[in-house]
Write a protein that binds this ligand. Structure first.
Ligand SMILES: Nc1nc2c(c(=O)[nH]1)N[C@H]1C(S)=C(S)[C@@H](COP(=O)(O)O)O[C@H]1N2
Ligand SMILES: [Mo]
Length: 444
């Protein structure tokens, strides 16, 4: 059966025997046979038995027979401290220089991400004292036929205004789960959001200036400065191949959710090329270059935003020439309701909802499991507001008896690719972790 024609309902049958390479009962014995010792998020299951784990969780685990060896219960997810980023209350700060902050899953419940809940990923220092009236966007590069400079007013007056809902996900979202770990911000699940953006199409602006027939790539520059203070160094200057730049959803935006962009998200102007690592969506945008080669700005070269061309063993050292630039992001989902860790009444159904997205592709289905992936239930999935917007899903589950449960969500794209249940594709910098999302529920 081809991937394309595969019925999403076959998900269970397709994966169940490949998921647990080890016999689950044997895995149980191995898992629970060990002696109890101290609890830690990473080493938990190696060191403790079922009794200790149940005690720590405060409940029995009805489907423990299906629980994969080495699984860290979702109940032990790291809790960060709430931050004081102005206008971004509730986000978890991962780094304060440069500022990086992610959004707890339950704060991403809205279909359209409120501006205050869009994560912040800075590589340098945002510009200060922005003079909007004198802000200019320069268009140049060796494959730009007619280099020009636009004020914000000119951009607004000259080109058709477009509003689209567009997903932004950092390429490193989920990095914290890789073993061995990768350096960089230890994003858990919160470097994703899907607000609306208003601006003009990148292609309208580029075509107005004239795109040479030898154009290969479009690169951006922003007004933020390098952490070192060196004015000649860019914190980041990435871009996309010309085909992605010329898509109708690639925008030069000045509004998010109908208002000025928040300072941390690129005020007064940013690029949005959704569905790819959000590092291609330049903030504080002041220059675009149409290149006759792959853009060679800061963080375009390996190992930044690249993954091995071939799968590698975890912990491998991979030469730069064996790395390739990340393009479309993989299929993924996030449970945004309920909040992980809630207590739920056995007699009630539990509504479960969230969002799913699939890079340049679309989501064909989202499935839920309450028994560590042994069985899956379909959910209702909405169409996206437009191409490259995430899709809302919603379903419900009912529990057979009191105890500790995890709800797992797993999305599938239109090509039949679905989220893995174990951390996929280890890579040196910890990109593209699209493992199924898990939340913990205590049923009483
Ligand atoms: N000028 C500039 N643009 C940038 C960045 C940056 O540091 N400077 N960070 C990039 C990265 S790595 C990501 S994930 C997104 C984050 O966008 P957000 O902070 O609005 O969520 O912006 C991208 N654009
Ligand atoms: Mo990023």
């Amino acid at each position: 059966m081809s991937q394309k024609n595969r019925n999403p309902k076959d998900l269970n049958a397709m994966h169940i025997d490949t998921l647990f390479a080890t016999d689950p009962i044997a895995a149980d014995r191995e898992l629970w046979g060990r002696e109890t010792s101290a609890l830690s998020r990473r080493g938990f299951l190696k060191k403790s038995g079922l009794v200790a784990m149940s005690a720590a969780i405060g409940a029995a685990i009805p489907f423990s027979r299906f629980m994969p060896a080495g699984l860290i219960p979702a109940a032990f997810a790291a809790e960060g401290s709430a931050t004081q980023i102005e206008g971004k209350e509730g986000l978890i700060v991962l780094n304060d220089r440069p500022l990086n902050a992610e959004t707890p899953a339950h704060l991403l419940d809205d279909s359209i991400t409120p501006s205050k809940y869009l994560f912040v990923r800075n590589n340098g220092v945002p510009p200060e004292a922005i003079d909007v009236d004198n802000w200019t966007l320069e268009i140049g590069g060796e494959s730009c036929l007619n280099p020009l400079s636009f004020s914000l007013a000119e951009l607004k007056a000259r080109f058709e205004e477009v509003t689209l809902q567009l997903q932004l996900e950092c390429g490193g979202n989920g990095r914290s789960e890789f073993v061995p770990g990768a350096s960089g911000n230890q994003w858990t699940t919160g470097a994703i959001g899907c607000p609306t953006f208003t601006g003009v199409r990148l292609r309208d602006v580029l075509n107005y200036c004239g795109v040479g027939s030898d154009a290969v790539y479009v690169g951006y520059y922003g007004a933020d400065t390098h952490l070192s203070g060196d004015a000649d160094r860019d914190p980041i200057s990435r871009g996309v191949p010309i085909a992605k730049a010329l898509e109708r959803e690639s925008l030069i935006a000045w509004k998010m959710n109908g208002e000025d962009l928040p300072l941390q998200n690129g005020y007064p102007l940013r690029l949005v090329c959704a569905g790819w690592p959000a590092s291609v969506s330049g903030k504080w945008l002041n220059k675009l270059v149409v290149r006759n080669q792959v853009h060679d700005g800061e963080k375009m070269a390996a190992p930044s935003y690249t993954v091995p061309k071939m799968p590698v063993a975890p912990g491998s050292r991979v030469p730069n020439e064996d790395m390739k630039i990340i393009e479309s992001m993989p299929v993924k989902s996030l449970i945004t309701f309920p909040k992980s860790g809630i207590t739920h009444d056995l007699r009630e159904r539990l509504i479960v909802r969230g969002h799913a997205w699939a890079g340049d592709d679309q989501v064909s289905g989202v499935y839920l499991s309450i028994d560590f992936g042994a069985t899956w239930l379909p959910t209702g999935v909405n169409s996206p507001a437009n191409r490259l917007a995430w899709q809302d899903f919603s379903g419900w589950v009912q529990f057979p008896q009191p105890g500790y449960y995890e709800i797992w969500a797993r999305a599938m794209d239109m090509q039949g690719r679905s989220q893995p249940l174990v951390i996929p594709g280890w890579n040196p910098r910890g990109y593209l972790n699209n493992t199924a999302h898990r939340i913990a529920v205590q049923v009483v």
